[in-house]
Design a binder for this molecule. Structure first.
Ligand SMILES: [Zn+2]
Length: 596
């Protein structure tokens, strides 16, 4: 069931040896206050500390962004690594030797394949680079790059290369160095021929190696030098190459991103290379028009802010703008730099020099501000039709924005600019939001979710189950996980109930490893709360009753509504539905009367 391959007891041993406070203090200055330690959260931007570490519980939790978990979760998040790597890192910090992996046969094979693919990619990078700089084959490619303002040194710094115009030069060269045809295909470097053998995927293209955060070559982008299509050809998805997560230049840029407090995202390889070569080191290229939430999350590990410096023409596309809204909902502060005459950053740099690019990045507009500019651009809003067009374009963005103060400001500005009444924009906005909310599923769930009494009751029950494992049996006999509201609450209940039926009393630290991110955050918050007072048994009984009552109320409502509907349609079975509703009502009043 577990996804990693180090022995469990090693993980437990490591965790008990590690002092969570001193490990976290390596990254975050902490001050003791009462039993816990406090500091400014490294995962979101803040000036007053809401990030706390509880040494007795071995947990951390941020009251600002809800990040939380044990020492492994902390290392995974701050170093942007997986669980196994977090174990290795902690072992290294504590100078404890890591036991040999007890991998399964398939895991070993998969790991070996990944390593072979990475090695094939590295050899391919060296091969392409040699073709460009050390052989006559690459003369045109080098001339093309220098023609675009790149020096030979820069080309070498970014390990650019050239894939010769030949069917199997790369495949042959790599096979001579011990890479099998199978691995060449799996790495996306070659394509199988119908009969037998393979041929090179990349031919007559300038090659841009794409590295992961650790500088390992995970794939390539290949660009043509003429008008051949496609202009760019990227590696296909492979066991090491996931397009949704790749960021060109991230290995060189991440320290600068951390230092600057923001990342600059450009569209193309040449933009990233041009900016990085001109002292704008915190730049990465997204290599696709739609920036993904995964890419946002990678950057958010290093800085809270992302400045997009896309070509003005493509950034103007509505789809891109919507994608940016999605990126912002992942927690990033989003700004957009715009350049004169719709040029891309590489062109601007060559025409106006790095100073202007830097200024435009510093002066980049906030997302909503930029969206409002886009709504206004190209429309003559002196007449009514133009005003209607602008409002129609602006409202969807306003409806997606979550900062109400900002929305208000922009409504006022827009109204002034269009010389119309603010209320007409607000009316449209209400309508847009109303239409959205109708698409939300199941009214009953919305109602239950809004009940803070129920939410509080669920938390009391779950905390009791966590703090006193001996109470789980009795709680389980009265409540099933389905009675909890869907999402983290229900998932946590399921995990606790399940761990109990496995016969292991569930400690929060044990549970943590099998939980998804949101549920882990929820568990961390519950764990960090102060102990419940002496009335906790009474509170538990009341809470269980509240949860049961909520469920019965929901069922009662459902039967009653069903009866109404049947009556309206002249279906005489409505009497039966009414009886069902009545039966539940009796249960409700019994339960409400029963002593706790
Ligand atoms: Zn935080």
């Amino acid at each position: 069931m577990r996804k990693y391959s180090l022995p469990d007891d090693f993980v437990d041993k490591l965790r008990s040896q590690a002092d969570i406070v001193s490990i976290i203090a390596e990254y975050v200055p902490l001050k003791q206050k009462g039993r816990n330690y406090w500091g400014c959260c490294p995962f979101h931007q803040e000036k007053t500390p809401s990030f706390s570490v509880a040494p007795e519980k071995n947990f951390f939790y941020c009251y600002g962004c809800q990040a939380g978990g044990d020492v492994f979760r902390f290392l995974m998040k701050i170093e942007n690594i997986g669980f196994v790597d977090s174990i290795k890192l902690l072992a290294q910090k504590l100078a404890v030797p890591v036991p040999e992996k007890e991998q399964s046969e398939t895991e070993r094979a998969r790991e070996k394949e990944r390593e072979e693919i990475l090695r094939a990619n590295e050899l391919a990078r060296d091969f392409y680079s040699a073709c460009m700089t050390k052989s006559a084959l690459g003369i045109n490619a080098l001339a093309y790059l220098t023609g675009r303002g790149l020096s030979v040194d820069q080309a070498q710094e970014f390990r650019l290369g050239f894939a010769p115009d030949d069917w199997d030069k790369c495949a042959t060269a790599l096979q001579k160095r011990g890479i099998s045809a199978d691995i060449l295909v799996k790495a996306g470097l070659a394509i199988p021929r119908p009969q037998s053998g393979v041929y090179d995927r990349f031919r007559n293209r300038i090659m841009f190696p794409i590295e992961d955060i650790r500088g390992r070559v995970i794939g390539f982008g290949g660009r043509v030098m003429d008008d051949t299509q496609p202009k760019y050809l990227n590696s296909p998805e492979t066991p090491v190459f996931n397009k949704r997560k790749l960021l060109f230049n991230i290995a060189r840029a991440y320290r600068a991103i951390k230092q600057a407090g923001f990342a600059v995202v450009v569209e193309g390889y040449m933009d990233a290379i041009a900016l990085a070569s001109n002292g704008i080191d915190n730049v990465v290229a997204s290599l696709g028009t739609a920036f993904t939430p995964e890419q946002a999350r990678m950057l958010l590990h290093y800085a809270p802010e992302i400045v997009f410096a896309y070509d003005s023409d493509s950034a103007g596309q509505n789809a891109t703008l919507r994608a940016l809204s999605i990126v912002r909902s992942s927690g990033a502060v989003v700004r957009i730099a715009s350049f004169p005459d719709g040029k891309d950053p590489d062109e601007v740099l060559r025409k106006y020099g790095p100073q202007l690019v830097r200024e435009r990045i510093t002066a980049a507009a906030g997302l909503l501000e930029y969206q409002m500019e886009q709504a206004l651009s190209g429309v003559d809003y002196s007449d009514l039709a133009g005003k209607v067009t602008v409002v129609g374009r602006a409202v969807p963005y306003l409806a997606l924005a979550d900062n109400l103060v900002e929305v208000d400001t922009h409504i006022a500005r827009l109204a002034e600019k269009l010389a119309i009444d603010e209320n007409s924009i607000r009316g449209e906005l209400r309508r847009a939001r109303g239409e959205n909310s109708q698409q939300r599923p199941v009214a009953v769930q919305v109602k239950r979710g809004a009940d803070s009494k129920l939410t509080g009751a669920e938390e009391i029950v779950l905390r009791q189950a966590l703090e006193q494992p001996e109470s789980v049996q009795s709680i389980r006999s009265q409540l099933s996980p389905e009675l909890f509201q869907p999402g983290s609450r229900r998932k946590l209940a399921e995990a606790i109930w399940r761990s109990y039926s496995d016969g292991i009393p569930a400690s929060p630290l044990d549970l943590l490893q099998s939980l998804d991110e949101d549920t882990a955050k929820f568990l961390s918050r519950l764990t960090m709360q102060e102990d419940q007072g002496p009335e906790k048994d009474q509170a538990l009984g009341d809470s269980i009753r509240i949860i049961l009552l909520a469920k019965l109320n929901e069922e009662y409502e459902a039967h009653r509504m069903q009866a109404d509907e049947m009556l309206r349609q002249g279906d005489l079975n409505y009497v039966q539905e009414l009886k069902n509703a009545q039966r539940i009502l009796t249960k409700i009043s019994d339960l409400a009367k029963s002593p706790g």
